[in-house]
Design a protein. Structure first.
Length: 221
């Protein structure tokens, strides 16, 4: 995974959480993050850091900044267009649900992309990466059992996060950190990145469930 491709992933995340904000505010945030990533990569290369280490550092910063990103969006989100009363509650419920679903889908997509592009455990094509099929299966089966309702989806995404963590533990027990292209830090860092995103999605689904009006308790809409 190159630093540039990792920076593209971060840029996609920034575009996602700035969606719906006034163009001026969103563009300023996107440009700020883009410039910061460019400077970070240039500095790390100047001091001799390897590309894989730089990429993991960028991912780590992204995970650590998820809460700050959510807070930033909340402080810039316009509220004047929100309706009042029950309709406002329904709007907030839908927004929380869509955000949770969006993060879950994007995280699953990025996981599949990482497996095919560079490999998450060891080199690209390492058979150990097949274990992530089980991680995705946990999420899909859990969502179907939950019938996509927010309470059930929160549990399904939490289970997916646990499955992701279990894969990392298995990889370390199997000695994958002894590979020339992997280390304990890299295995824990990459898997921790996905664990954090799945947990974030679960938290948003839980928030959507709390915001769900009583009259819509049987529907995720």
């Amino acid at each position: 995974m190159t630093p540039e491709r990792t920076a593209e992933l971060v840029a996609a995340w920034v575009r996602f959480y700035t969606r719906g904000l006034p163009t001026r505010i969103a563009d300023r945030r996107i440009n700020e993050i883009d410039a910061d990533l460019h400077d970070h990569i240039a500095h790390e290369r100047a001091v001799g850091s390897g590309d894989r280490r730089i990429a993991l550092g960028i991912l780590s910063r992204m995970v650590c900044g998820l809460a700050a990103d959510a807070s930033w969006r909340g402080s810039h989100k316009t509220t004047s267009a929100h309706p009042a009363g029950p309709e406002a509650a329904m709007t907030k419920h839908k927004n929380a649900y869509r955000s949770a679903a969006g993060i879950a889908v994007v995280t699953a997509f990025v996981l599949v992309w990482a497996i095919g592009a560079v490999g998450v455990i060891g080199r690209e094509g390492d058979r150990a990466d097949l274990m992530y099929g089980g991680v995705l299966a946990v999420g899909i089966i859990g969502a179907v059992i939950a019938r996509f309702r927010p309470h059930g989806m929160a549990r399904a995404l939490l289970a997916t996060a646990v499955a992701q963590a279990v894969v990392a533990v298995i990889a370390l027990i199997a000695g994958k950190h002894q590979s020339p292209v992997s280390s304990v830090f890299e295995i824990l860092g990459l898997n921790g990145f996905f664990v954090a995103l799945f947990i974030g999605s679960a938290w948003l689904f839980r928030d959507a469930a709390r915001r769900q009006p009583p009259t819509t308790v049987d529907s995720h809409d």
